[in-house]
Design a protein. Structure first.
Length: 194
């Protein structure tokens, strides 16, 4: 039985033209030097308190490989000690006990395994997995952080969406570093004939 209190959130940062990484996977453009005087600042402790509300993470293998690369460069592991489910059909290195690999039906993982156990389930990319999550109707909300930059081409936020997904704008916040965070709730599709 699905935990009706559970919430599946997709969160990523993208360029204004809708890319989450360059074609070769680089995310060097995530660091920007903008300043928006009227923007909000992140109070110390806010980010940690917010991250504490997340119960588990889900990501695709290519996002995992980026996370491992960052860790190898001394930039740390962004997902703390939270259970992290990595989707892959490959045999990838596992550097910590909190990482679990999964291959197969994503709806089965989310509805059969994650929703009964976790309240706040965060999909953190990449584009392929976010697209799959929306296509299967598994997401409740989307957090979209738009960075003040255009990169021309790259990996799209949602790969291979084959239908419209109606959203409800539930929140907007602009920050001093020029990032605009949009929060959308996913509207359930209307029943046929209604
Ligand atoms: N800007 C941001 O906020 C942000 C966030 C996240 C990622 N990124 C960037 O986005 C890029 C990665 O995105 P991406 O769209 O290329 O890839 P991705 O979504 O991270 O990973 C896709 C891969 O996951 C595996 N997979 C997906 N669904 C599966 C399933 N149901 N069962 C088994 N395996 C499954 C497959 O890999 P296998 O071949 O292993 O089976 C698939 O090729 C990276 O460059 C990353 O740095 C940016």
């Amino acid at each position: 039985m699905a935990n009706t209190d559970s919430r599946v959130t997709i969160h990523m940062a993208a360029s204004l033209d809708g890319f989450i990484a360059r074609k070769d996977g680089r995310v060097d453009w995530l660091e920007t030097a903008d300043h928006f005087a009227d923007g909000a600042t992140l109070e110390p402790g806010f980010v940690d308190a917010f991250l504490a509300t997340i119960d588990c993470y889900v990501m695709g293998s290519r996002t995992y490989e980026t996370a491992l690369r960052f860790e190898g460069q001394g930039l740390g592991w962004s997902y703390g000690d939270k259970p992290t489910f990595v989707l892959t059909t490959r045999d990838l290195p596992r550097t910590r006990d909190t990482v679990e690999f999964y291959s197969g039906d994503l709806a089965r993982l989310v509805n059969g395994r994650l929703r009964p156990t976790f309240r706040s389930i965060w999909f953190v990319g990449g584009g392929a997995v976010s697209g799959e999550c929306l296509r299967l109707g598994l997401a409740d909300e989307v957090y979209y952080s738009i960075l003040p930059i255009l990169i021309g081409e790259g990996i799209a936020f949602f790969e291979k969406l084959d239908r419209d997904v109606a959203l409800h704008l539930a929140g907007v916040k602009a920050y001093q570093n020029g990032v605009v965070e949009l929060r959308y709730e996913v509207r359930q599709p209307l029943a046929k004939g209604s």
